[in-house]
Design a protein around this ligand. Structure first.
Ligand code: RP5
Length: 188
């Protein structure tokens, strides 16, 4: 609002950034975690990361950014993520999967890579492209596919939980519930 009762028009730059906003699975509060993926075809897998963050009440955004098809957008995202309040980036890609490395090269935020299962090589290509970063620019690489997506979210939560005690407690409760379920498992 500008003067009392008068609605202020969004500035040109506000309008521009709104039109670039994500996005599927996004929470309303300012996002602490960004879940990015090379293609919409990765979303079926990466919705597991979003669902896990949602379960822990962690504000996040999900969007498609490709290192190959939208290199300028990838740079813009990486360079601005920290000033937008993002604390952890989860980057998923498949095939010659450069997204996580390209993003990590342009920010000091922790970047977690999730290799997508590929048609040709079942994700082995994605895994090796993501995990084999030369020394100096780390990408914390998780498992191929849905397990990796879920664990990337849990890893991001563990990072945030160092400063958020309530989140740390939720993580402990989650582990305890998981353990209880396994202990109580009956095969017949
Ligand atoms: C990568 O190529 C994406 O991350 C995706 O896993 C893979 C295939 O993309 P599409 O051809 O389905 O868009 O960049």
């Amino acid at each position: 609002m500008g003067r009392r009762g008068e609605k202020q028009k969004p500035s040109e730059s506000q309008q521009r950034s709104a039109s670039r906003r994500p996005r599927v699975g996004a929470s309303r509060a300012a996002p602490l975690v960004a879940v990015i993926m090379g293609s919409k075809s990765d979303w079926e897998t990466m919705r597991a990361a979003s669902a896990t963050l949602e379960q822990f009440g962690v504000a996040h955004e999900c969007r498609v950014i490709s290192a190959h098809r939208t290199p300028a957008l990838a740079s813009e995202f990486a360079v601005n993520a920290e000033s937008r309040g993002i604390e952890v980036i989860i980057a998923a890609a498949g095939g010659a999967a450069h997204l996580a490395g390209v993003i990590a090269a342009q920010t000091t935020l922790p970047v977690l890579g999730v290799p997508m299962e590929s048609d040709a090589l079942k994700g082995l290509d994605s895994l090796l492209s993501t995990v084999q970063m030369p020394a100096g620019i780390p990408v914390g690489t998780l498992a191929i596919g849905k397990a990796g997506a879920t664990n990337a979210a849990l890893f991001a939560i563990a990072i945030l939980a160092n400063r958020q005690l309530a989140l740390k407690q939720k993580l402990r409760d989650f582990r305890a519930a998981q353990e209880k379920k396994v202990r109580e498992t009956k095969l017949e």
